[in-house]
Structure formats: structure tokens, C-alpha cells
Design a protein around this ligand. Sequence first.
Ligand code: CA
Length: 224
Amino acid sequence: MAETARILVIEDDPDITRVLRFELEEAGFVVATAADGVSGLTAAREVMPDLVILDLGLPDFDGAEIARRVRKTSDIPIIILTALDAVSTKVSLLEGGADDYLTKPFEAAELVARVRVQLRKHRGGDAITLGLLEIHMEKRIVRYSSKEIRLSPKEFELLAFLARQPGRVYAREEIERGVWGSNLDENSNVVDVHMANIRSKLRDVDGYGVIRTVRGIGYALKGQ
Ligand code: CA
């Protein structure tokens, strides 16, 4: 996924702002900055960021108040930067609408990692889209042509397993180890049975040719 997410940094310390801008842009994000609460709130409306990084100690407003105000009109992730290390403060920040916090001084790499986690969460987990097929890994939802397909837990795991590398042919033994944890009895047809079930459910929503059988070898999920 191309990371063109917009990040708004509300921070009054120019050195920290500079480092954040550099690291976030390096990581592929588009960065906007504001040096106080008022311009931060204005920017939050105008820039329409995908995520806000918010310093708790701003010259005009308390950062926690900014978080509450942003939260009133938007559900975007908010990561708080704080010099405070008190547990009670952290708890009240998270209850007040922040999604995560980082105590200063922090590693830039750590912050970028947290940003990615929050953006992914906000987007509803890792979703894989292959043509008309959507697999939402975290929510365990599968849709074809926007219609939900109800799979059993094992059927879901099987489909998700094939989706790791769409187009790649997985041998039956690989599938057994990956989904059932070990190789099944040589005469077991459990993989084929599950595959047939998934195909039948896909056909119910006009999903034909989504899974390819490679005779004598195994199965592949159509790449596009
Ligand atoms: Ca500050």
C-alpha cells in the first residue's frame, strides 16, 4: 500500500518538529505542522489529516484539551507526545480520546512504527484486495463483489493462507502444515473438501475461478 497518509504534527518545540517531519517524510508520509493549539485545531480541519501527533505541553492549550476537541468531530488516531511519565496521566489521556502516547525522549523509529500501527487499525486491519475479493484479516471478514461470504474458521484460514502470496501455487502438504499445523494422513481429503466448500460459497456470489487447482500439486489464489 502506498503510504500517502497525511500526518499533522502539533508541537511547539521546533527541534522536535523538525525531526518528526524528517522521519515521517522519510517513511513516505505527507506532513503538516502547527506550533500551538489554535493553529493545530485549524489545521486539523483544513488539512484533514489521517492521524495527529500531539504534544501535551503547548503554549496556549493543554494538549489533552486539543485531543478532546479533535475527537468531537473526527475519529482519526491521535498519538500524544508527553514529557510526563505518570501512569494516571496516561490512563486519563487514553480515556480522553488519545489512541496512543509516547514519552519524551523517544526514538523516531518507534514513533513511525506506532503511526503505522494506528493507521492500520483505523483502516480496519490488514485488508487484502484481489480483484473483487476482499479479505479483512483482523475482522476475519471475506467479501466478493462487496457481498459477504460466511466461511468457517478453517475455511477462512485456508483462504488467508493462499492470500499470502496470490498467484503462487501452494502444495497440498504446505497447506496442511500452514493451516492444520502438521501434515494430515496421506489419504486425507480434508484440504480438498474445505477448498470445495470455499468455492461453492464463492459461486453463490458469482465468484468463479478465484481459486485455481493445479492438478497433482495444489492450489493457488488468482492474483488479480
Ligand atoms: Ca511542548
